[in-house]
Design a protein around this ligand. Structure first.
Ligand SMILES: *Cc1c(COP(=O)(O)O)cnc(C)c1O
Length: 327
């Protein structure tokens, strides 16, 4: 059984004896070697497969803490704005806790499978005629009334939980890698990683935050956020660790996304390949130990595979025709 991160890292999380831990077995995700990409890029590359979390993205690491604390503090319901994954995660943990979740999402901008998850968990989904940034503002206003606890990454408990990915990486490698590359949407995760390194002894990894050049219109919908709410703390984390931002075109993200599936057998959602795209675009010193954080599962957005991957070939049940088509 997976040890929930609430137990694995209990002493580093804001839990008390009174906290009713709401868990779905999140964390302890695989750190996979990437031999082919390592050879090609001239680095020792590891892939942190965050798609292995219960709802298919790293958001669960923060949500277990945020929802547990919300219940402890007597919240009657939770609310969030989302491009999809925060919604799925919030809805799942709310169901687990037995409280309602209200989701505010930009209309038409959420991948189909993320919406399917959120609906199945029974959340109240409101599609806003507006952008993610407007949805976040609306969620903050609803939370300010006092009836709903906000579980976006503005909630500090979310970032506490998300730090545990760094603890796992450092535990497993026996020290901090030279660099950690991750996608940069609102910047909550980059901020959490920066905080985690502050709490660990020794040299931190350089944090490299990979963002879309067209923040408002990128195909990578999970990082389609015009105004990163954590921009200042991201900047601080990058400066403190000697890292930087890499700005990517959609073509660069698409190429890395396809590569990850075809070269290493990992099908992630598009934005999750941004770290790898940044690594390919601005490689570190040869031989560096590097972790790319693969933030969410490809099955969350299956339609997007049609943009790049070849379609199946139709054949008759005839051995010769099959042998010919297979070669
Ligand atoms: C939320 C999310 C991101 C972006 O994280 P931020 O904390 O907003 O920077 C990246 N990838 C996936 C799959 C996400 O769900």
């Amino acid at each position: 059984m997976v040890i929930p991160l609430a137990e694995r890292y209990r002493d580093r999380l804001p839990f008390t004896d009174a906290t009713p831990v709401v868990s779905l077995g999140e964390g302890s995700t695989p750190l996979l070697p990437a031999p082919r990409l390592s050879r090609r890029l001239g680095v020792e590359l590891w892939l942190k497969w965050e798609a292995a979390n219960p709802t298919g993205s790293f958001k669960d690491r923060g949500m277990t803490v945020a929802v547990s604390k919300a219940v402890e503090e007597g919240a009657q319901a939770i609310v969030c704005a989302s491009t999809g994954n925060t919604a799925s995660s919030a809805a799942a943990y709310a169901a687990r806790a037995g409280i309602p979740a209200v989701i505010l999402q930009p209309k038409g901008a959420v991948a189909s499978a993320k919406l399917a998850q959120t609906r199945m968990y029974g959340a109240r989904i409101l599609e806003l005629r507006g952008t993610f940034d407007e949805a976040l503002e609306a969620a903050r206003e609803l939370a300010a009334v006092g009836t709903h606890s906000l579980v976006n990454s503005l909630n500090p408990h979310r970032r506490e939980g998300q730090k545990t990915a760094v603890f796992e990486i450092v535990d497993e490698l026996g020290g901090a890698p030279d660099a950690v590359y991750l996608p940069y949407g609102g910047g909550g995760n980059t901020t959490a990683y920066g905080q985690a390194f502050l709490e660990l002894d020794g040299r931190p990894s350089r944090l490299v935050a990979a963002e879309a050049i067209d923040r408002a219109g990128t195909l990578a919908s999970a990082i389609r956020i015009s105004e990163p709410v954590h921009a200042a703390s991201v900047q601080e984390a990058l400066e403190r660790t000697g890292g930087h931002v890499v700005t990517l075109s959609d073509d660069e993200i698409l190429a890395a996304w396809h590569d990850l599936a075809a070269s290493e057998g990992l099908f992630c959602e598009l934005c999750s390949a941004a770290g790898l795209a940044a690594l390919a675009k601005e490689p570190p010193e040869p031989g560096a130990t590097v972790v790319c954080v693969i933030t969410g599962h490809g099955l969350k957005d299956p339609e997007s595979a049609g943009w790049l991957a070849p379609p199946p070939v139709v054949v008759d049940p005839d051995p010769e025709a099959i042998a010919e088509a297979a070669s």
